[in-house]
Design a protein around this ligand. Sequence first.
Ligand code: GLC
Length: 565
Amino acid sequence: MTSPTPAAPQARDWWRRAVVYQVYPRSFADADGDGLGDLRGITSRVGHLAALGVDAVWLSPFYPSALADGGYDVDDHRAVDPRLGTLEDFDAMVRALHAAGIRVVVDIVPNHTSDRHAWFREALASPPGSRARGRYVFRDGRGPGGDEPPSSWRSIFGGSAWQRVVEADGTPGQWYLHIFAPEQPDLDWSDEEVREDMLETLRFWADRGVDGFRVDVAHGLVKDVDGHLDVHVEILDTGVEGGNHPLWDRDEVQEVYAQWRRDVLDAYDPPRSAVAEASVHPDRRARYADPLGLGQAFNFDLFACGWDAGEMRRAIDGGLAQMAAGSSATWTLSNHDSVRHTTRFGVPPREGVGSQEAAKAWVTSDGRDPVDLDLGLRRARAALLLELALPGAVYLYQGEELGLHEVADIPWDAVEDPIAVRSGGEEKGRDGCRVALPWTQDGPTFGFGPEDGALPGMRQPAWFGVVSAAAQDGVPGSTLELYRAALRRRRELTTDDDALTWVDDAPDVLHLERPGGWRSVTNLSEVDVALPAGELLLASDAAPDASDVAQGRGVLAPGTSVWMR
Ligand code: GLC
């Protein structure tokens, strides 16, 4: 028997400097051949994760769900979607990952349930004002017959944030709040039962050996609805200075997390970790990373940067300043909500538009707008070395180790993301980074599922074969081998000293030194730059000649990073 949690020297703090790999279970690997990734599929690929050298995996939701929002519409938080497996499969997966020294983080979605959740069905069958409706945010409509929504608020995914229900007697009834899709009714976090139930959910997974939690929309949950029904509320303003938006980042939400910390996370040995997905003003991030609260928070500042030395330097300096002021340091370039950065770095910048927005527009053009995919990949490989050289934790997204590009030409009638529908086609959405992974060069699903299995709903493009894991395994210079080498080196080089010193020796070059005398140099300029003399450890692309570098004659090409000592 393996122990449920691997013992490690810094078992309490493993997450601080971890490399965490995000698995989107429905598109990772399909063991049972139904065209949908599953838990046994993940177990079958533990070898890949171990060879990659990650410290933990974070699983996006695998709970029962109609997939109205890719699984973030949860029917039951304490069960496995039968299409993805069973609780026994979950336990076997955790055992296999732990045996490989990989920790397990699961996604928790506390802001809303799905509309198929037992509580919501009970609420629909119960009258206005009932206990069952009190777990959600039901309000009467305005105007004659209550035909108008209770407020003008828009949902994050487009359209009104309110949906009207039909009462049990068949008459048009109250409205419920859904900040995301209508299939995701918001919970009312002033309700004691809602709070208690989430503690049960956390204990349920912690008891099964889960090491930590990723907390979805952590800046949501607590809202001041009634104080703002008459006012226009800009729903996308999640990051206002000072927080306390009517619907986002309210001070009181920290009381929820303090209770999680006290009553659940710290009640385990070792304590369970938690990382907040909190789209808040940078100055508010430390609240979510408070050791008496969740402990760690994603920083999406680097994720928002284009290929621009100034932008990246500001994002890194901001993250380091927050770390010095008591927050956590985390870095990420891609996740299941964004255009893969491999592609994003090849999309030409647009005046007045951020890099993420420009990349989304490229996706909405079905990939017809200009892009330089080779350049994007080259920069993505360089960005990896920069990211991994920073102090703190790094979150990778499945497939980036293959250098996968975004799939932009998914036919519109196969698109699943509610954003595409609710925006009326103004945005194509996030499906292009959620296409089933290619494991082998050939076969009907490139090894995603068994040879005779069903095809995934969103078809894989023909070019997936050449970028598959099998095509890159053991191939010098492949992106997969670069990731493996970089993670291995990072482990050797990183100490528990989080210091970082910038060396400002050339414009548009990010040159930093880390304790132990190693350095990372990234050339974001358009010209070759001179490298200092030293030992070359790793290069993101064709390496400069090692003896030239040793003698101080090395040059670094544009769009390239090196690690040296
Ligand atoms: C988070 C998830 C995203 C989801 C949303 C609603 O932002 O990352 O995928 O759509 O929450 O749950």
